[in-house]
Design a protein around this ligand. Structure first.
Ligand code: CDV
Length: 312
């Protein structure tokens, strides 16, 4: 038995701050059609797919900031994507900045949605691990104001029965945290979809810059292997108004092996035929959680130590 899900990792080259949503959507549509021609059933686009990654710049006025956010989905700019999904019979993951009104309160989230082959939204996730800083730091070559511009996601890490399997979502910095995969692993996730915007140069830790690709792959390969699931990680890459971002979009198998990868920093599609049943041999043996996880021991350690480094 095998359950094949053919997935396209639709990496995007840079989007300038002057580019419109319509221009971005035209690029996404071209990749969606290309993916369909290659037999894909699902396409994964990056984090904040529709615009430049605006947390890299400081905006003082709320209306200037809000202009980067979508207040409804689909909307006039993105409706062609949903129509194409339905017409072509192909689903997608889309990252975008979401401005929601909940209980009368305006809330800003870094969000992704899962759209099925009928063009319906069947899943939503809001980014939990927000990197960067809250204050404007003009001495830095660029900002990373995610902690200022977004709230921590309030949907947890849900998984969705879709595309013949159990699908989860994450966004960018989430991929570096084992909890991201494990919370979904505990729900039996078979494929994690995630988009990212990762600069080559990270101002707080320039000593890690030369390892950017290694750490990107390491995080996703470990998450896949330790939870017996596929991981599809997709970048917005290249020089975005002076900030160079890594590409290195990857499809990782439950073995932890990379089975497809983008090789440029431009719009590029990497395709993999993913057997959703492949994870079972990991979930049933080495990573049989019911048999081998020792939650009581983990709890004991946390209770005894308060999860702090013991004094010297
Ligand atoms: N968009 C991100 O979450 N980027 C972070 C960078 C800032 C380190 C990342 O983890 O790739």
């Amino acid at each position: 038995m095998s359950r094949i899900l053919t997935v396209g990792a639709a990496q995007m080259g840079p989007i300038s701050r002057t580019e419109s949503r319509a221009q971005a959507v035209a690029r996404l549509l071209a990749m969606l059609r290309q993916a369909k021609a290659h037999g894909c059933q699902l396409v994964v686009f990056p984090e904040c797919t529709l615009t430049a990654f605006f947390p890299h710049w400081y905006y003082e006025r709320q209306e200037d900031l809000d202009a980067w956010f979508e207040t409804e989905m689909p909307n006039a700019a993105t409706r062609p994507l949903f129509d194409a999904a339905r017409e072509l019979g192909i689903g997608f993951y889309l990252g975008y900045a979401e401005l929601a009104v909940e209980d009368g309160v305006r809330r800003h989230f870094n969000t992704s949605i899962l759209v099925d082959q009928q063009g319906r939204i069947v899943g939503k996730y809001r980014k939990i691990h927000l990197p960067g800083h809250r204050e404007h730091l003009p001495e830095r070559p660029y900002q990373n104001l995610e902690k200022r511009y977004f709230e921590v996601g309030n949907l947890g890490f849900p998984v969705f029965r879709a595309f013949g399997g159990i699908i989860g979502m994450a966004i960018c910095n989430d991929r570096r945290w084992p909890e991201t995969y494990r919370v979904m692993g505990l729900q039996g996730v078979e494929m994690v979809l995630l988009g990212y915007n990762t600069p080559v140069h990270n101002p707080p830790s320039p000593e890690h810059d030369h390892l950017a690709h290694f750490h990107n792959a390491l995080s996703m390969q470990a998450g896949a292997y330790q939870n017996g699931c596929w991981v599809v990680g997709v970048a917005k890459a290249g020089d975005e108004d002076g900030i160079r971002q890594i590409g290195n979009s990857l499809v990782v198998a439950p073995s932890g092996e990379i089975v497809a990868a983008c090789t440029t920093e431009a719009d590029e599609l990497a395709i993999a035929r993913c057997d959703l049943d492949l994870g079972a041999s990991y979930k049933n043996t080495t990573f049989n959680f019911a048999l081998h996880r020792r939650t009581e021991a983990y709890r004991l350690i946390v209770e005894r130590t308060g999860a702090v480094v013991p004094p010297a």
